[in-house]
Design a protein around this ligand. Structure first.
Ligand code: NAP
Length: 365
C-alpha cells in the first residue's frame, strides 16, 4: 500500500526554559505512528549561549538529525523564513508581547498556557492574528489527549455513570516561595505569578471537559464563587465552585503551591447518578488513566473498569500533531482549543481573580 504523506512542521522555539525542554524532547523522540513530522528549525533565547546549551542537551540524540538555527534573540526566530510555527514558552506575563511580535512578522503560533494574563489581552492577540491572517492557538495540551476524547465519549454518549452532576479537581505543587529569587516567574507578579494561572487552570479544564458536553462555541458561562489566599502578595491557594445554571452541575476546582503532590494520585473525580470516574496521574496536567466505577452504595469501594492510555513520552505530541494538521489544512484556529474557548477560560479566571483579589498591573490598563 502506498504511504500516505504526513505534513511537516518546522518549529521555532521561543525560550530555553522548562516547558520548552519538555516540548522539544517529546517532538524529537522517535515514534512509529507519527501523524506529522516535526523539525526543530530554530531556537530563540535571551542569550545565544543558552540556545547552544539547549540544543546540545535536548537535540543531540534527536532522530531527525537536523541542526537548528540558534539565536540569541526571539526576533531572529520570527524573521527566519524557514520557521512555519513559533512555539512560545515564555512566562505568561510575556505571552501577549511575544505573540504580537511573532504575529507582526507573519508567523503562526502555538502559545503556552495561561494564554495571557487576562481576557482583554487574549482578545487583543486574537484580533492581531485575525488581521494578519496567521494561525494561533493556546497550547492547552490536556485537551488534545486521546484519553480526554474517550472519557467525554463514555460520559456523554455511553452515559456510563448516568447524569454527571459534579467534578472535583485539585492541583498541588509545592513551591518554596521564600527560597525563590524575586525574579522567579513564580514570585514576580508582573510575570503572572500565582497558582491559578499556573496550575489551577488544569483543574478548571477538568471541570470544563467533564461538565460541559457541548462543543466549545455552544458552552454556557458557569456561575463562579471563588476565594484566594496570599503569601507576600502572591496568590498561593485558590478554591472555586462553578455552577452551571442549565444543568445544575457543579465543579469544585482548587490549586495550591503550598502542598506537595504524590507521584500517583487521583487528579479528578467525576460523579454521576449511576457511578463515578476517577482520573489517575501525577498531576491534573499529567493524567495517565481513568477508572469507571458503578454507583457506590455498600461499604466496600466497588470494582471499576480501568482505561489505561499509552502515552508517548509526556504527551506533548498530541497538541503538536494537531497544530501541524491544522496548518496543513489551512486552518487559523484549533478546533480543539478555539479562540472563543481561550477567551472564555480567561474570562472565568478573570472573575475568579476579581472575587479572590489577585490583581495584575495589566488588569488596570
Ligand atoms: N504545559 C505545561 O504543562 C506547562 C508546564 C510548565 C510551564 N508551562 C507554561 O510555560 C510558560 C513558561 O514556564 P516554564 O516553567 O518553562 O518557565 P521557566 O522554566 O522559568 O522558563 C521561562 C523562560 O522564559 C524566558 N524568560 C524571559 N524573560 C524571563 C524572565 N524575566 N524571567 C524568567 N524567564 C524569562 C527564559 O528563557 P530564555 O532566557 O531562553 O529566553 C526562561 O528560561 C509559562 O507560561 C507556564 O505557565 C506550561
Amino acid at each position: 500500500m502506498a504511504e500516505v504523506p504526513i505534513p511537516t512542521c518546522r518549529w521555532g522555539i521561543i525560550t530555553t526554559g522548562l516547558i520548552s525542554s519538555w516540548f522539544v524532547a517529546d517532538l524529537v523522540a522517535p515514534r512509529s505512528d507519527a501523524k506529522a513530522r516535526h523539525v526543530i528549525q530554530a531556537i530563540g533565547s535571551s542569550s545565544l549561549d543558552k540556545s547552544k546549551g539547549f540544543a546540545a542537551k535536548y537535540l543531540k540524540d534527536a532522530a531527525s538529525a537536523h541542526d537548528p538555527a540558534l539565536y540569541g534573540s526571539y526576533a531572529e526566530v520570527y524573521s527566519d523564513p524557514n520557521v512555519d510555527c513559533v512555539y512560545i514558552g515564555s512566562p505568561h506575563g510575556f505571552h501577549k508581547r511575544d505573540c504580537l511580535a511573532a504575529i507582526a512578522a507573519g508567523k503562526n503560533i502555538l502559545c503556552e498556557k495561561a494564554f495571557t494574563i487576562n481576557a482583554r489581552e487574549a482578545r487583543e492577540v486574537f484580533d492581531a492574528a485575525k488581521q494578519k491572517g496567521v494561525y494561533i492557538a493556546e497550547a492547552m495540551w490536556l485537551r488534545h489527549r486521546p484519553m480526554v476524547t474517550e472519557l467525554r465519549r463514555l460520559l456523554y454518549e455511553d452515559n456510563v455513570i448516568g447524569e454527571v452532576f459534579r467534578t472535583a479537581s485539585d492541583f498541588q505543587m509545592y513551591l518554596d516561595m521564600a527560597g525563590l529569587p524575586s525574579t522567579s516567574r513564580y514570585k514576580d507578579i508582573d510575570l503572572g505569578a500565582g497558582s491559578l494561572l499556573d496550575i489551577g487552570i488544569y483543574a478548571l479544564t477538568w471541570a470544563i471537559l467533564t461538565l460541559e458536553p457541548k462543543a466549545p462555541a455552544q458552552r454556557e458561562m458557569p456561575k463562579i464563587m471563588a476565594a484566594q489566599s496570599f503569601v507576600d502578595g502572591i496568590e498561593v491557594t485558590t478554591s472555586v465552585v462553578l455552577h452551571y445554571p442549565s444543568s445544575g452541575r457543579q465543579g469544585i476546582v482548587s490549586s495550591t503551591t503550598e502542598r506537595k503532590n504524590g507521584a500517583s494520585q487521583i487528579v479528578a473525580t467525576i460523579d454521576g447518578t449511576n457511578g463515578f470516574v476517577e482520573v489517575e496521574g501525577s498531576a491534573p496536567s499529567h493524567p495517565r488513566s481513568f477508572t469507571v466505577y458503578p454507583k457506590w452504595t455498600g461499604d466496600e469501594k466497588p470494582q471499576g473498569k480501568k482505561y489505561d492510555f499509552d502515552r508517548p513520552q509526556q504527551g506533548f505530541i498530541y497538541e503538536a500533531d494537531n497544530t501541524a494538521l491544522d496548518l496543513a489544512a489551512g486552518r487559523k484556529e484549533s478546533p480543539v482549543m478555539p479562540w472563543s474557548e481561550t477567551i472564555r477560560v480567561m474570562e472565568i479566571m478573570d472573575e475568579i481573580r476579581r472575587q479572590g483579589g489577585t490583581k495584575y498591573s495589566v488588569d488596570a490598563a
